[in-house]
Design a protein around this ligand. Structure first.
Ligand code: AMP
Length: 453
């Protein structure tokens, strides 16, 4: 068959897939999708699931919000059910699949999707992430779960210290946000894991962005993987309106308040560069009666979960975050992403704005920019996505009207942070994180923070 014919036939095949049943999934899973309100498979599910069901390894580029968790969870659960029907439930395998995630929140989210899809089949899932009670996780492992979702470091802890725990039965390995997991930060832990799991397994790599490291892993661990690019490597969805709010630097905070006030019915995520800024801006916004809450990597795990829950439940409408929240977190109904600080790396921009306009919904991404930055944002957005940014429509005089109130609110917030964190002369950017660590109780003032959170 010549290439064009092959492509046409592949296209026809995809067009014929209209339902989860067409993907080749068993009835239990078709019902599970239906009960979650998943009417038709998403593009990544259409492209990945049939290959996975054929037993192929996968490298899948899938943008956030594309339904990628389902794309790897469904074939794994299908294989598990297949095993059950052939061998009976009594001989059900334990530790059937391992999903690794670079962040704790994402791990929790992945596990909840597995649990939702597997609720009708008695699926057991253990989440092994740092910052949570080790003993409780050991108890969860003792319940013989079929699925483990883990961050690499904590999994290695359990492999070394939890009596009787081994992954020699593992059949599936998934690296979600694979490019991140292949960073040097995770190199040692990942090697330790790869050394103790069976080579005879299925391996899936999923990521919105792929690095050369993934290719390295492809050589090392995958067996004739199918490469799936359900979207161009970095792209944003058409339902996302991307804009630039271009004003002088001293009006930056006013611009933020202006947008949040104009769009007051929206749920928003505001991205900043430092942990300190998340705290400072949240306080500033709270002083202006905007329901904001911070989340950053410097917060303890229970605090991060609490912040996320307050945001998800609608108690807070603005989540001020560092890039800890830019990857993989599925926070439904985020209407708007604001880049308070513009990221250096274009890929980070794509991850951030991928928090909105998910699963076919519309959304806004607004980047606050000063003259020196605007060309960087517009050019990298255009370079990556082929889309141009329009300018956010606001009269400068209207923004200036906010100046006094916002400046006063920021001054009070700075004062408050200093009182809580101990007065410290900030000498530069790195000092920010030290301040916030102290404020967060990492350096010994936990009780104060506990009350505030
Ligand atoms: P993910 O990209 O895996 O983070 O998924 C993003 C969101 O899409 C999650 O809330 C899923 O529950 C939802 N989702 C996944 N697959 C489908 C589908 N086929 N139809 C509708 N929603 C879906």
């Amino acid at each position: 068959m010549v290439l064009q014919e092959k492509l046409d036939s592949f296209k026809r095949q995809k067009e014929e897939i209209k339902s989860f049943k067409d993907l080749g999934l068993c009835d239990e899973l078709v019902e599970a999708c239906d009960s979650l309100g998943w009417k038709t498979p998403t593009q990544i599910q259409v492209e990945a699931v049939p290959h996975a069901l054929e037993g192929k390894d996968l490298i899948a580029h899938a943008q956030t919000g594309s339904g990628k968790t389902g794309a790897f969870a469904l074939p794994i659960l299908n294989a598990l059910l297949d095993f059950h029907s052939k061998q009976g439930y009594k001989s059900a395998p334990i530790f059937f699949a391992l999903v690794l995630s670079p962040t704790r929140e994402l791990a929790i989210q992945i596990a909840s999707q597995f649990e939702a899809l597997g609720s009708g089949i008695g699926l057991k899932c253990a989440v092994l992430v740092g910052g949570e009670n080790l003993m409780q996780q050991q108890i969860a492992l003792g319940k013989r779960p079929q699925i483990i979702v883990a961050s690499p470091g904590r999994l290695v802890d359990h492999l070394n210290n939890t009596k009787g725990f081994s992954l020699h039965m593992l059949k599936y390995l998934v690296l979600d946000e694979a490019d991140k997991l292949l960073d040097v930060d995770f190199e040692k832990a990942l090697d330790d894991i790869l050394n103790v799991i069976p080579r005879d397994r299925h391996t899936y790599l999923f990521s919105a962005s792929m690095t050369r490291n993934v290719k390295k892993l492809k050589r090392a661990c995958l067996r004739n993987p199918v490469l799936i690019e359900s979207s161009s490597k970095y792209c944003t969805v058409d339902t996302l309106k991307q804009q630039l709010f271009f004003k002088p630097a001293k009006l930056k905070d006013c611009c933020l308040v202006y947008i949040l006030t104009e769009m007051s019915g929206c749920t928003s995520m505001v991205f900043t560069r430092t942990c300190y800024a998340t705290r400072l801006l949240s306080l500033m916004l709270q002083n202006l009666n905007i329901r904001a809450i911070p989340i950053s990597g410097q917060m303890t795990q229970p605090m991060r979960i609490r912040a996320l829950n307050k945001f998800k439940s609608g108690e807070c409408s603005v989540l001020v975050c560092t890039d800890v929240a830019s990857r993989g977190l599925d926070i439904p109904a985020v209407d708007m992403v604001i880049n308070y600080d513009i990221p250096q790396d274009p890929r980070v921009y794509i991850h951030r704005v991928g928090r909105t306009a998910r699963a076919g919904k519309s959304g806004f991404a607004i980047s606050l920019s000063t003259s020196s930055l605007s060309s960087r944002v517009t050019s990298f957005v255009f370079f990556i996505t082929g889309k141009t940014l329009s300018e956010y429509d606001a009269q400068e005089e209207q923004v200036w009207l906010l100046f006094e109130r916002v400046t006063e609110s920021k001054r009070l917030s700075l004062k408050k942070l200093k009182e809580i964190g101990g007065t410290k002369k900030r000498r530069g950017g790195d000092e920010d994180d030290e301040d916030i660590e102290r404020y967060l109780g990492v350096k010994g003032k936990r009780s104060k923070l506990g009350k505030r959170e």
